[in-house]
Structure formats: C-alpha cells, structure tokens
Design a protein around this ligand. Structure first.
Ligand code: HEC
Length: 231
C-alpha cells in the first residue's frame, strides 16, 4: 500500500480557503488559447507532456507517484486513502461544510477517463479550471462568466486540483500535457466517485481573485520582488 499523500504547502493553502466569498473582485480578462503545439514532432510533444506531468506532481494525486511504470499511473483514485477532505473539517473534525473530493482518472479510457474529451477540453480544464464533462468543446477567450465562451455557470474543478497554479503554464505546455494524457497513455478502466462540492461548484471560492491571483499576474516587480537583476 502506498503511503498517505504528503500534501504540499501550496495545496494546504488551497484547502484552507474559506468557502465563503469575501469579495466579488473583477475577474481579469485574458487572451484565449490558440493551439500552439510544442515545437517538434508529435512524439516530442508527448514527451514534453510526460516531463511536465512528472515535474508537476500530477501523479501524486492522480495515481502512480513519480514512476510512469507504476500500476495505476494517472488512473485516478483507487482507494479511500487517495480522497481529500475539503472544508473546515480538515482542521476541526466534524465541522461543516465538509466535502470529499476524488482525483479523477486521467487515462484516455472512453467511459471512465479522458477518452470522451478533446485535448481542447483538457486544455480548458488546466487553464480555466472548468470541468471537461460540463464545459462545451470551445475556445475560451475570457474568464468572465458568460463572456468569450466562458460558461455562465462554470463547473469548476474541486480543490485541491491545483489549476490556479497550472494555468500560468504557457499554452504550448498545456497542449503538451493534453497530448500526453490523450495520446501517450494506455486507457485504464477505473470509475472514480464523483467529488462532492457546494451548489455553486466552487464558483464563489474561485472567482475571488484574492484567492487565486490574477492571470496575467501583477507586473514584475511587485512590492515583494526586486527588479534590475541585470545590473
Ligand atoms: C493535489 C492533488 C492534485 C494534483 C497535484 C493534481 N490534481 Fe488534477 N485533480 C485533482 C482532483 C481532486 C480532481 C477532481 C476534481 C473534481 O472532481 O471536480 C482533479 C481533476 C483533474 C482533471 C479533470 C478530469 C475530469 O475528468 O474532470 C484534470 C484534467 C486534471 N485533474 C489534470 C491534472 C494534471 C495534468 C495535473 C498535473 C499538472 C494535476 N491534475 C494535478 C487533484 C489533483
């Protein structure tokens, strides 16, 4: 049996985000994705995607840890020890609300994995946090609900899926990850339990830019950073 996940600090930050909306800050607009493939052959793209998946700890949650040869690699939750508790119950047992969320099967199985979705839907999941199953296969050009193909009532991916961090990756890298998941993995049939969540599918949690940070980010250098590195 694999050891219980060690949840990285940045994930803990996501986990303790209160489920209440503290401010309805304006959501920054962002240019939509243009399919910019990773330069090189299809194999180069898939290998780039594999490297990105391995270096971003995707499999710590989605199965297989650091070795693509491991059983269950990216096949999603295979036991209760892989599920997450989200909400105040994480700190105080029994406190409400308390949601169980479940890392999904990312292999290209048609029934239980990403086989049903296009690479663009996977791209949109990583860039915008929208769940592929409930988001049309379209190019999204805005992060404002109802504009630029961004769903009016987005069904966001449940925490602790770290899309608020992954969305800063360049387009070509996100396309490479999508290519690896769809074309570089063998399908594994593994039906993962649906994640629980609030009725707004985490919209209040995620539309607060104070929680997830604007994209594009604040110009460099902010008050915490030092410019002039060339001197
Ligand atoms: C800290 C744990 C964690 C990490 C790390 C993580 N994920 Fe996830 N991921 C989840 C959870 C939990 C869900 C389920 C969300 C839901 O049910 O709404 C999910 C869902 C997804 C989905 C949506 C699948 C579907 O069928 O709806 C995709 C795509 C995805 N993750 C890709 C990735 C990729 C690619 C990486 C690495 C770059 C990654 N994840 C890293 C926890 C994680």
């Amino acid at each position: 049996m694999l050891p219980r996940l060690k949840v990285p600090a940045y994930v803990m930050l996501v986990l303790v985000i209160p489920l209440v909306l503290v401010s309805a800050a304006a959501v920054a607009h962002r240019d939509g994705p243009t399919p910019t493939p990773f330069p090189g052959s299809a194999t180069d793209t898939i290998l780039r995607g594999r490297y990105l998946v391995m270096s971003h700890a995707c499999a710590d949650c989605h199965g297989g840890f650091n070795n693509p040869a491991n059983k269950g690699w990216m096949a999603g939750e295979t036991g209760p020890e892989m599920a997450f508790l989200i909400g105040p119950c994480l700190v105080t047992p029994g406190a409400q609300p308390c949601f169980h969320t479940h890392p999904r099967n990312l292999t290209p199985d048609n029934e239980t994995g990403l086989g049903r979705f296009t690479e663009r839907q996977i791209f949109n999941a990583l860039r915008y946090g929208v769940r592929p199953e409930d988001t049309p296969d379209v190019t999204i050009t805005s992060t404002t609900p109802g504009e630029g193909n961004f769903p009016l009532h987005p069904h966001y991916l449940a925490p602790p899926m770290p899309w608020p961090s992954w969305r800063y990756m360049p387009d070509a890298d996100l396309w490479a990850i999508a290519a690896y998941l769809k074309r570089g993995l063998k399908p594994v049939h593994n039906l993962v339990t649906e994640s629980e969540g609030p009725p707004d599918f985490w919209a209040n949690t995620y539309k607060d830019q104070l929680n997830i940070g604007p994209n594009p980010p604040a110009p460099f250098p902010t008050a915490n950073e030092v410019g002039g590195g060339d001197h």
